[in-house]
Design a protein around this ligand. Sequence first.
Ligand code: GLY
Length: 396
Amino acid sequence: MLNTVKKELLQDRNTTPFDRERINRLLQFASTRITTIIDRNLAEFGDSFPGETCVNGFYPLTENVEWTTSFWTGQLWLAWEMTGAEKYRIAAQKQVRSFGLRIAGRQDTQTHDLGFLYTLSCVAAWRLTGNHEARGFALLAADALMERFHAKANIIQAWGDLSEPGQAGRMIIDCNMNLPLLFWASEQTGNPRFADVAKAHVRQAARYLVRPDASTWHTYYMDTVTGAARYGNTQQGYADDSCWARGQAWGIYGFALSYAYTGDREFVDLSAKLANYFLNRLPEDEVCHWDLALLGTDAYRDSSGAAIAVCGLLELAKHLPVTDPDRATYEQRALSIMLSLTEHYLSEEKDAGNGLLKHAVYHLDGGKGVDECCSWGDYFYVEALMRLTKVWKLYW
Ligand code: GLY
């Protein structure tokens, strides 16, 4: 059935020529730059977390609330892996306790984003340090995420209280990135119920959130009583029927991860179809506008969507046979996006601000985080750098 989704041919593009010296120089520059910024933030943030996005260039500080705090913890784990410096591990470890308190007290946990929150904090802690407490917190989060599953509709509800009529039965493309927590929980416990829910959800996401032309709806409503499909719309995109760039990037990466856990080739094929749609709609400098429908205009870019796409393309390429004609192109385009981000979007010494990757858009219509740095853009840029410079075992 998913075969009916169209796969566009990748358009030829003259990407930056591959000069090893230039690549090495830029990636080395990026490593130094991110370490400087993370070090400064480590001192400034203290026991607080950065808010979702910068405001006028600076992150407001928050408690451990909202869907984004783990992107800071994730950066610290990556920095520890990259440098071996203990200060990063110590700080990340401290934050794991905060995530433990949050899930134990169910503070601001009515969201599917428990996957983002607990994968990059507690699952990472467990994978990297064998911290048993962290494993337990992540399993509690997986339990809480399971509560959001609507058995009739076979989807995990994205936002809001389950009884909230406006949100009932609404799934969103971003949720693909929350599923690894459930797959991981089944691996850990030997209980298939977590993975069964993740598989059921990703099948519905593939069926309803992906359109026949391989673009994606941002959100889609299912009837929770009858299980029937209702309609798609957008929350953060330009229009209901346009293609929100970050959503497409979440899809590329998330379907590739679902393939990694299930071995179901339909998901890797789908990831490739979404990737081609995305790559064919990039402006000259390879960094997406905040909505792919806005190609050819002077609309803002979403550097965070670009950073997510780099990680997604590299993950996708890993799962393709070496004989796949597009495999090398995905790797090459991922690198080309990364080099453009590094040359033109990475914050510079002279910039006033404490974010890492400039020019993201969180929610244009809502007036939130427009042309600012955002915590997930910063995280995925660092993850992309890790993927391009080291052999990396995923936290996802
Ligand atoms: N997952 C929310 C966003 O990408 O804005």
